[in-house]
Design a protein around this ligand. Structure first.
Ligand SMILES: [Zn+2]
Length: 239
């Protein structure tokens, strides 16, 4: 599962959005998280570029285009979808960076550290850049815009990579409104209504990850948790 998917997932039962994601294991190699994380910290643009949207699997190498139109920089990437002036683009980027607040990385790996950097450093830097635009009230030269863009490129690359190129192997998706949880198994989110869920599989999943899974989900999660397992009450279901 790619992180961007959280943007469109709502609870199938109560329709609540946004859902919480608790990552248990990554498909993406931990070494890559470590490499990208230290490149972001050191603001090494070449490493970030090489691990960014420029290597999207769909072969679209023209994303994140920087076009100057009427003296204004326009940016188009997977976040903005269409050309946007730099301040508008950064507002979208800020919203994405803030949306990572609903993600917890329980893997205790380099990926966990990188998520913290996204939540704190990247979000903070984008916010500060936006404030500069607000203060300037549109009176900002193209050269100043170019400089601003250069300064914020590590954040742009990092967020694009994190949202569109990393892959979650196993995770929990939680609905804080109705307390339902949904598993991500072998990169696939299983977002099913209660009557289509397989209680044996779901409980096996909870048990598999029980040391990492929050107590609340483990003991009170809906529709199944480790305490609701009552074989005599379970209806025989054809497989
Ligand atoms: Zn719900």
């Amino acid at each position: 599962m790619r992180i961007w998917l959280l943007d469109i997932l709502a609870c199938p039962i109560c329709k609540y959005y946004p859902l919480d994601l608790e990552i248990l294991n990554w498909e993406t190699d931990d070494k890559l998280f470590s490499r990208v994380g230290s490149a972001f910290k050191g603001r090494e643009l070449s490493v970030l570029e090489e691990n960014s949207i420029l290597t999207l699997p769909n072969g679209k190498k023209d994303k994140c285009v920087k076009i100057v139109e009427d003296g204004r920089i326009q940016i188009e990437d997977e976040f903005s979808r269409e050309k946007k002036p730099l301040p508008d683009y950064l507002r979208i980027l800020e919203e994405k960076a803030k949306s990572t607040q609903t993600i917890s990385d329980l893997t205790e790996s380099s990926a966990t550290k990188l998520l913290e950097q996204v939540k704190l450093k990247a979000t903070d830097r984008i916010g500060k850049t936006l404030k500069q635009f607000d203060v300037a009230k549109g009176k900002i030269s193209t050269d100043q815009e170019k400089k601003t863009l250069e300064d914020i490129l590590p954040e742009i690359y990092l967020l694009n990579w994190y949202f569109f190129l990393t892959e979650v192997d196993e995770a929990l998706i939680n609905c804080e409104k109705c307390q339902r949880w949904y598993p991500v198994i072998e990169t696939i989110p299983h977002m099913l209504p209660d009557d289509l869920r397989n209680s044996d599989e779901d409980i096996a999943f909870l048990k598999k990850w029980s040391p990492k899974i929050p107590e609340k989900v483990l003991n009170e999660g809906k529709p199944f948790n480790v305490k609701t397992q009552k074989p005599e009450k379970r209806k025989a279901k054809p497989r």
